[in-house]
Design a binder for this molecule. Sequence first.
Ligand code: NAP
Length: 524
Amino acid sequence: MTTTLLPNHLGGQWHTATGTGTPLFDPILGTELVRVGNAGLDLEAGFRFTREQGGKALRALTYGQRAALLAVIVKVLQANRDAYYEIATANSGTTTKDSAVDIDGGIFTLGYYAKQGEALGDARALLDGARIRMGKDPAFQTQHILQPTHGVALFINAFNFPSWGLWEKAAPALLSGVPVIVKPATATAWLTQRMVKDVIDANILPPGSLSVVCGSSAGLMDQLQPFDVVSFTGSADTARVIRSHPAVAERSVRCNIEADSLNSALLDPAATADSEAFNLLVSEVVREMTVKAGQKCTAIRRVFVPRALYDAAAQAIGAKLAKTSVGNPRHEAVRMGSLVSQEQKASVLEGIARLRAEADVLFDGGSATLLDADPVVAACVAPVLLGSREPAKARLLHEVEVFGPVATLMAYDSIEQAFELIHRGEGSLVSSVYSADPAFIARAALELGSAHGRVHAISPDVAASQTGHGNVMPMSLHGGPGRAGGGEELGGLRALGFYHRRSAVQASSAALDALAASAVALTY
Ligand code: NAP
């Protein structure tokens, strides 16, 4: 029996694709769930409607009014949470706790921007900085302003965050007055489609403000015009395709890329095996390896400890990983579910085999029996801790991202060497530092900041309040330079910058006073 073909929403209408579409599967049971596809969809008309109708209607609202709409979306999503959890369990193979990172993380981010936007009030433009004198006459000055771009925001998203990946981008875009078209990754498109459907059905936003196109990405980038923006999250390989597309290369479409990353954790050289910093590192590494079965772009992939603590760290991390029960997330004793698909399982196993050319296996949970899951059918991979006593001689360990429950422990001889090895990741989303010494943390932040979107310092005094190495908080920047894609998202109201165009207005003080009356100062 063929399962339901999920309709797409574009051009203010629902469309069901022609043809049979692509099936989505339960990664534990192997059963087909729904289908997605967009054959026969008129992309050109849909993008035009979004740009012309959706954009115009959103820009007619003030920031405060748009923020109020975000708050209503939060309520609708909260009312439907149970359905989202069911979809996530079935389609992503995640435990309830792991689904929350995606579902509640997305709703929280939306709520955060609803609050931030409320404070922008009834303005329709933003003042960027203070007025600047341009010559002797103080009456003639320049004022930079930011206005919502007159285009669409196309989101091409990764499979691991079908909810958060939508809302962390849509919240600042809609608050800015820019209409959204989301193309979720095929493997987990169901949750994104369902959330968009709930919001459309609730009739909250003006027609054309929010659209979803599932299935093939073919032709989407071709639709982009100079004032559109594209925000991509996914692998470095696909990022290359996006960057070199004529829309970006020739039509100057603004492009944000969030790609893969070899994130790291660093233990203070002064730490001892019985120090709290050591224990905090061990707990965080285990958490990062197992949350969402390691399918987080921010997850710790490389763990740097002083050589003297290498064996102790291997033993402590391995002992905790041994307690992680893996299997069907519907079973109450299961702590870690599956990977998202058989393709991901094959890719992770291949990645582990590649890294093993340069690393030892310090812990492999693969010998434990899966709970309530058939090892042949289920896309489960148990946690694997690899290790290298000579990471300076390694290449692959600093290059290959294995997108699963895998990390590599590495020994360092001096802090200078540790910093140098971390930098071999060539730009990452996040590096976390474990130390009780504020001066060491400050030094590490300055050494690592330029190559990382975020430096997350965990010291004993913030052990209970720290938000987690891999958790992306909307008030902090998300993204990373170099290999991580060079993108920037979130960071409070900084996120609005991507969806606005900056212009310098050079005019008399009187004219700038008049301008200021309809704008609000953007402060971070
Ligand atoms: P992916 O294979 O690159 O796919 C990402 C998205 O691009 C999907 O929606 C995919 O659609 C689409 N796509 C594929 N080929 C395309 C093309 N030629 N033109 C336009 N779009 C195209 O990545 P993934 O496997 O979903 O995600 C895993 C990767 O994402 C990991 O490497 C991870 O590190 C990275 N990631 C990064 C972040 C971050 O914030 N930095 C967050 C999450 C994940 P289909 O699914 O239909 O192929």
